[in-house]
Write a protein that binds this ligand. Structure first.
Ligand SMILES: [Zn+2]
Length: 173
């Protein structure tokens, strides 16, 4: 059986596309980004891991080994994100959002509250019971205001967030 997640497109972004990469990760989409990454590494990762290269760089796509790329002409992240999501047929789905570390793309995992006590502010510890943690960078995530802020920012920019639990969609203009 092939899971839906495995058939979803995966990406590697060039070093200009940090914000785009971050918002793709917010949506749960598997996106490699490193602001210090060399063009040759982007190409190698694309080949090794079958990732689409997302790039603003015309010179990058002219290199011989580059086969699978999507050239982005937009300057602003909301336009870039919209273009990519339309092109690849992606949707923000509530249950798939905030499942990856925004810093390094790793899938975050539930963690015992007591284990992260020293890693969050006392107020956060006191007011929340469910935490998740990135196994790589150890960053802790919880259902706090940053999730509301990011979700609102997406909605303000016209993105729809599908809630399959209720079958309803929120946001959009
Ligand atoms: Zn991380």
């Amino acid at each position: 059986m092939i899971s839906i997640i495995n058939t979803e497109p995966r990406f590697v972004c060039d070093d200009n596309l940090g914000k785009l990469a971050r918002y793709l990760r917010v949506g749960g989409f598997d996106t490699v980004f490193d602001k210090n990454i060399a063009d040759s590494a982007i190409i190698q990762i694309s080949l090794d891991e079958q990732r689409h290269i997302l790039t603003r760089d015309h010179r990058l796509i002219e290199r011989t080994l580059v086969r699978d790329y999507f050239l982005i002409e937009n300057n602003l992240w909301p336009d870039q994100l919209r273009t990519v999501m339309n092109h690849f047929g992606l949707q923000f789905k509530k249950e798939r959002m905030f499942v990856r570390c925004l810093e390094d793309n790793t899938v975050i995992v539930p963690v015992e509250k007591k284990e992260i006590k020293d890693l969050v502010y006392p107020f956060t510890y006191k007011t929340h019971d469910e935490f998740r943690q990135c196994p790589i960078c150890k960053r802790v995530y919880w259902s706090g205001t940053h999730i509301t802020v990011i979700t609102d920012r997406l909605k303000q920019n016209g993105f729809v967030i599908v809630d399959q639990g209720t079958g309803s969609a929120t946001g959009g203009l």
